[in-house]
Design a protein around this ligand. Structure first.
Ligand code: AMP
Length: 679
């Protein structure tokens, strides 16, 4: 290898790390996407010609290969303690007095900083390289999540410090990133995360780092545990860590005891301005020597205290507790509330999650309750006001049969992807004829990203199912104008519109039908891949078990769970009958797969987003005809993002994250026509 290449590679890696820092930590990018892309391309090109340059700390190696079986346990040198909690400033004052008395010093400096609401993490750098990352676990023993944490771009893989450095921090999600992540999850038929904390904790412990890389996680370092004894104070260490390019919150202030209350109030006032959630503040004795003298109880450091902010709460009354049954049959209890204003919106319903939660809170109809916005997403009942039990009803019991159909329910563990839920049990209706499930399935079928049946809204679906006119997706295609026009509040024009919309949906490609079926584990993108492989509904119906398994296994990214779910789905007699009836009614067209064509876009993987001058489908076809591949969303290996009008910032952020080039529609046309000056 030439030394020149090695030097150039090192310089490029350093430059990319500096841009990552500006972008992910400072939120202040210093170069254009194109420049960043060009740097990444140069690194890849060098590594392609000289394999020895590919080291663990190259920016091309953030995501590692195959999923793991489980997480390795790691015994840590210094226990990770909890923090003692204060809910009133008087408790903080008592903590300060304890410190002053124990140290016989009334001029102690305290550091006040935000308490980040995410999942705790410990990270070790050895000889300048990120070598280990562990979860808190039980404090003494954590779990090795190094591969997952390496995908978090706000955390550098290398730092300019050659000794051993052990840090603690919090894995967080910015509020705006959670919103984007939840939108994507809902599109894929997955449950949205209730708050950034759950999303961070769940993501951190996933077994496939490639999946973690898709989650917009960030790290905020809040403590130096092991390192050079350069500094005598916690606040000085934080400042030093910042100079190493490590992400810290940068919001710590050092004050004397009498100023603590003001600082707590200031953090509480301003916390809505930060992009991340904070659920309180932490007050720490700043000088390490004093921390050492104070030491620890069995659970907490005696030199620190967490002060929990009062969440925005409102008091109201429970009018009723109802059970919602969704498309999958899951039974979710919901409190119907007297409408109340909370954090700027009127709240009249709040999720109670499950029977365990109701029992723990002992919420009953008629209770006066406190509601809170969890991570500012979904309102929740957090407590019953026991001083007002005048209208209190009987204890609430989860039903033993489905409230929508009277069918039996089964208890199953919740989504495995959410380990933070532990052994939480979900009740599901097992009946196939349950009207609530049928309604959910029909609404899913007709959604824009599935079969796109216009004019088929919630109230119409209610009527169609309740009157027994429609029993499943196939029977939708037997509806006639005469039947529809007889429905309540249905005019001739509306009936005609619906007939036409149902007819038009027959011409959707096979992939949309697969999406519309809501096969467990198979979201929109997987459905598209499956359709490109299998081509048509009739081909799918003609396939035997083994054959289907083999075909699915050949699809990039299809793991065992997905394959098992799809095969089990197809093995079901009723599913097959439904699919046969759909086929008899000529619902869906074979997936058009453009054969690989050599053209100006060969090797380009292009995602199109926003409003363009022509239909999205037309642009997709043009890309395929020019030899390119279409990506439905921006992925790690997408090369170009064609952005039309009104594209959300999140899309651009994602493009930047994966080093995807952003093009206008005109750029794309020029590339296709071969008149572009772009590479
Ligand atoms: P708790 O989980 O209530 O016992 O609180 C302790 C946890 O708070 C720690 O394990 C950290 O993960 C988290 N934490 C968040 N922000 C900070 C901070 N600024 N300083 C210390 N701990 C923090």
């Amino acid at each position: 290898m030439t030394t020149g290449a090695a030097e150039r590679h090192a310089a490029l890696c350093k430059e990319i790390a500096a841009h990552d820092y500006r972008y992910y930590v400072l939120d202040d990018p210093s170069v254009s996407d194109a420049t960043y892309d060009a740097l990444m391309r140069d690194v890849r090109a060098l590594e392609a010609t000289q394999l020895s340059l590919v080291s663990a700390d190259s920016p091309t190696q953030r995501v590692s290969g195959a999923p793991r079986e489980g997480l390795r346990k790691v015994v840590r040198a210094a226990k990770m303690y909890s923090l003692d909690n204060a809910y009133a400033t008087a408790d903080v004052a008592a903590f300060v007095t304890r410190c002053v008395d124990a140290l016989a010093d009334d001029a102690i400096a305290f550091c006040v900083e935000p308490k980040l609401d995410g999942a705790s993490l410990e990270v070790t750098y050895d000889a300048g390289k990120l070598t280990l990352a562990t979860t808190r676990g039980d404090g003494a023993v954590g779990e090795d999540v190094t591969n997952n944490v390496r995908t978090i771009r706000s955390l550098p893989l290398t730092i300019a410090y050659s000794g051993r450095l052990t840090l603690r921090g919090e894995v967080v999600l910015y509020r705006r990133d959670l919103a984007t992540l939840n939108e994507a999850r809902e599109r894929d038929g997955l449950e949205p995360f209730a708050n950034p904390r759950n999303a961070a904790a769940g993501s951190l412990r996933m077994l496939d780092a490639r999946e973690v890389a898709k989650r917009p996680l960030r790290v905020m370092v809040y403590q130096l545990v092991e390192g050079p004894e350069l500094h005598a104070r916690h606040s000085e260490s934080l400042a030093w860590l910042r100079t190493l390019g490590l992400p810290t919150h940068g919001l710590d202030v050092c004050v004397r005891a009498e100023r603590i209350d003001d600082e707590l109030a200031r953090l509480d006032r301003t916390r809505g301005e930060y992009p991340f959630e904070t659920d309180g503040a932490v007050v720490k004795v700043d000088a390490y020597a004093l921390q050492d003298r104070l030491g620890f109880t069995s659970k907490y450091p005696r030199w620190a205290m967490a002060y929990k902010f009062a969440a925005e709460r409102a008091r109201t009354r429970v009018i009723d507790i109802v059970i919602q049954v969704g498309r999958t049959g899951a039974l979710t209890p919901v409190a119907v509330l007297e409408p109340v204003l909370l954090a700027g919106t009127t709240v009249s319903r709040a999720s109670l999650h499950n029977g365990d939660q109701i029992a723990e809170l002992d919420v009953r109809v008629g209770d006066a309750v406190l509601v809170e916005k969890a991570g500012e997403v979904i309102p929740q009942v957090v407590a019953v006001d026991s001083s007002d039990s005048s209208a209190r009803g009987e204890p609430f019991r989860m039903p033993t049969s489905c409230p929508a159909c009277g069918g039996s329910v089964s208890a199953k563990l919740r989504d495995e992807e959410k380990p933070e839920l532990g052994a939480e049990v979900a009740l599901r209706c097992t009946s196939r004829r349950c009207p609530a499930k049928i309604k959910g399935a029909l609404l899913h079928w007709s959604r824009r990203f599935a079969m796109d049946v216009g004019h088929l809204g919630e109230s119409l679906v209610e009527q169609l199912v309740d009157t027994g006119t429609v029993t499943d997706a196939a029977s939708l295609y037997d509806l006639t104008f005469d039947t529809i026009v007889k429905l309540d509040r249905m005019g001739e024009k509306s009936a005609q519109n619906l007939v036409e919309a149902i007819g038009a949906s027959k011409a959707r490609p096979f992939s949309r039908l697969l999406t519309g079926l809501g096969i467990p584990q198979i979201g929109q993108v997987a459905a598209k891949q499956m359709a490109e492989r299998i081509r048509s509904l009739d081909a799918l119906l003609a396939m035997g078990d083994e054959n289907l398994r083999t075909e699915l296994a050949a699809i990039h990214g299809f793991g065992e769970k997905m394959i098992d779910a799809a095969v089990a789905f197809m093995n079901d007699g009723e599913t097959r009958a439904l699919l046969t009836r759909l086929s008899d009614r000529h619902v869906s067209l074979p997936e058009a797969v453009v054969e690989r064509i050599e053209g100006p876009l060969t090797g380009h993987r292009v995602c199109v987003t926003g409003t363009l001058s022509r239909k999205r489908e037309a642009v997709h076809t043009a890309i395929r005809q020019a030899g390119g591949t279409v990506h439905e969303s921006v992925k790690k290996d997408t090369t170009d993002l064609v952005a039309g009008e009104s594209v959300g910032q999140a899309k651009f952020d994602q493009a930047k994250k994966y080093g995807v080039r952003v093009l206008s529609e005109t750029d794309l046309d020029a590339l296709i026509a071969g008149t572009s000056l772009l590479p």
